[in-house]
Design a binder for this molecule. Sequence first.
Ligand code: NAD
Length: 512
Amino acid sequence: MATETLPTPATIGNTHPTKVYKNFIDGEWVESSMGETFEDRNPADTRDVVGIFQKSGKADVDAAVDAAKRAFARWRLVPAPRRAELVFKAAEILIERKEECARDMTREMGKVLAETRGDVQEAIDCAYYMAGEGRRMFGPTVPSELPNKFAMAVRQPIGICGMITPWNFPMAIPSWKLLPAIVCGNTCVIKPAQDTPLSTFHLVRALADAGVPHGVINIVTGFGPDVGTPLAEHSDVRAISLTGSSAVGRIVGQTAAKSFKHCSLELGGKNPMIVLDDANLDLAIEGGLWGGFGTTGQRCTATSRIIVQKGVYSEFIERYVERAKKLKVGNGLDETVEMGPAINERQLATDLSYVDIAKNEGAKLVCGGNRLTESKYQYGFFMEPTVFIDVDPQMRIAQEEVFGPVVAIIPCDDLEDAIGIANGIEYGLSSALYTKDVNRAFSAIRDLDAGITYINAPTIGAEVHLPFGGTKATGNGHREGGIGAIDFYTEWKSVYVDYSDKLQKAQIDRGE
Ligand code: NAD
């Protein structure tokens, strides 16, 4: 994959030479047509250049789509179980490379090693699950209303699928898209986030090494408007799948609609965790810390709002803040670190700007709120774990996605009040409730307006074989993971076989 070697950067902890990575089009590693590149830098230590990547444009997207189009003619005819065997093999390859992939991911994305190992594991889990789907891809076989007639529906691939992915799960999210798509017989062009292309390269390389044929998967790196837009606009691309912000989702959705593409949008969240008076507080505090500050709060499912019933409000805050203050922040390659940096300068600036917004709105800052400036943090984008209390549900800090280590704690009277607060936002991705009362748990499962509800667990931790996605501004009704992904990457064809040897008219020849 790497074809050129640049001088080693003067970086503590980086002993590897910086590699230049190329686009992967039709089974070849090729430079961008513009001949330009960009750097992928470590957000924990910006002196560390993780890789040099191609800055691509429309011509590169066109070449990748052409390759995918040629490959589709052959790939769609490969039996699904055979296609799936290659995905299974890629899982085995990823297991061998798990540690290397995780370390590279921590370097380019910043989250701690335990979490990047989890990210790679999620791709492995997805590969095993989707490999199994190659032998299922079930469709309905139903009785015909006419004699001597057979009726069923089969799943067919859509064609060329374009994928645009974010930086926070740089291998898992591409796997949720690429793996079901190719098992279903589609071919793909993927544009990974410009902050984290290397992890997507590792996934694509595993698939190529497993024997996925040329042109079935193509990767084009670069920036959203340069690569994502031409991909969403391309007339030969029949499906677009984006995971990203709601703002970009709106643009991509409108672009895709112009040519009636299938379009799956997985967007933002502002996820509530409700803690009732009867909750196991130890568990709720542990969960709220993991959900709020895991991945530096940069998960679409991050526990960014904690809604606490008044009977345990003071105790919860006191114990939660005490723990949050002790979280060890630093370079995720250090196994003792609990929270890494923000992904980039812009995201850090956004996080800090929300501290000011919340203060100005009257929320009470009880933990953090500052950029970390000690010498060990000087080359990274580090911020203190930050907690606001006494937050009003209508404040911007309670309504808008920050995507950083900033948690808003909101008091509530009872479950009904909590559910009203939880649902009173534009998003609907994940939600959680801590209680020991089964009746209230099931009421919440029914009433929380979100794509995911956890009971006695925080808002993060999805597994690959259940649908993943959300309601309202979190998406457009599709789901990734599980059977939802197979639904997105296939089209139904209903098949009628009449073996009566005569013309039978449906709805008319009723034998009456
Ligand atoms: P982003 O929207 O800025 O970028 C996502 C991708 O879209 C990137 O690859 C980017 O280059 C591309 N892009 C940007 N502008 C584009 C344009 N005009 N046309 C086409 N493509 C364009 O998001 P991000 O900062 O990478 O990720 C954070 C966001 O992603 C958060 O809002 C988070 O909630 C969301 N997210 C959602 C899920 C989910 O499944 N619901 C999962 C992870 C992240």
